[in-house]
Design a protein around this ligand. Structure first.
Ligand code: COA
Length: 260
């Protein structure tokens, strides 16, 4: 089924998902959130896709937030359900099992900042502006921003952003660890692609288990998280990728991983 509000391209193992409502600064209305869910389900299930780049269309925005026109009329029941639906979509991204790089090409505000934080790595263009301005609208984060932001940048920095609702520029986002790197605008997509290609050159099972160890492990006490890591490490020793990767090193040749 075609998408109305997204573009999805596949290129040699990398899927590029572009949120495509530039006239509304790519604001996430319910239809777009549902399409994001479908697009990520599709690329997650497609073995030919080994990594994903998520970006926004147009010159100004990655995503300028949830669609305020829809939020304005919501009842408490709608609000809670919208929040849970959105959280599940972002969890699907975080738990995709393949690297997802956010190419933050402008405003990433509210739900847009939350969406970028659900991706595994964020690269920002120099014109990016990020923040959680929900409090200025008399609301709060609903797509797990109040949880992912402190985990990413620490409680004090997160609370400053969450309570002031102020935006930070790309350099400040870099300084506080909200993005991994900042690049000139015209290099953003090339840099995002180069980064994702570096990742997907590695063993697919190794990437999947590493994502699982980090995502699940961070929510566990250290002893249990270490046990999870050891269990995944044991499991990875059964894979063809492990045999190929170690053998290739010993034979001084590049590995040919199959993801098996
Ligand atoms: N929801 C719905 N529509 C949005 C939107 C959002 N989150 N963000 C921007 N838009 C729409 C604007 O209403 C405008 O639509 P119109 O042309 O039909 O009037 C269009 O996108 C362009 O936005 P505009 O405000 O004119 O651009 P700007 O360059 O002057 O300002 C922002 C850019 C990002 C500073 C400003 O749009 C803004 O503050 N957006 C809301 C950010 C926010 O609070 N997000 C959190 C939501 S929970």
């Amino acid at each position: 089924m075609a998408f109305q509000n997204l573009l999805l391209e596949r290129k040699d193992g990398v899927a590029v998902i572009t949120i495509n409502r530039p006239d509304k600064l790519n604001a996430l209305n319910d239809a777009t959130v549902a399409e994001l869910d479908r697009a990520f389900a599709e690329v997650g299930a497609d073995d030919s896709v080994r990594g994903v780049i998520l970006t926004g269309s147009g010159e100004k925005a990655f995503v300028a937030g949830a669609d305020i026109a829809e939020l304005a009329t919501q009842s408490p029941v709608d609000g809670k359900e919208r929040s849970i639906r959105g959280q599940k979509v972002l969890d699907r991204i975080e738990d995709l099992g393949k690297p997802v790089v956010a190419a933050v090409n402008g405003f990433a505000l509210g739900g847009g900042c939350e969406l970028a934080m659900a991706c595994h790595v964020r690269i920002a263009s120099e014109n990016a502006r990020m923040g959680t301005p929900e409090v200025k609208l008399g609301i709060m984060c609903g797509y797990a921003g109040s949880q992912r932001l402190p985990r990413l940048v620490g409680k004090g920095r997160a609370l400053e952003l969450l309570l002031t609702g102020e935006m930070v520029d790309a350099q400040e986002a870099l300084r506080i660890g909200l993005v991994n790197r900042v690049v000139p605008k015209d290099k953003l997509m090339a840099e995002a692609e180069a980064l994702v290609r570096k990742m997907i050159a590695n063993g697919p099972v190794a990437l999947r288990f590493t994502l699982e160890a980090v995502n699940s492990g961070l929510e566990l006490p250290l002893a249990e998280a270490q046990y999870l890591e050891a269990t995944l490490f044991g499991l990875i020793c059964t894979t063809a990728d492990m045999k190929e990767g170690t053998q290739a090193f010993l034979e001084k040749r590049p590995a040919k991983f199959t993801g098996k």
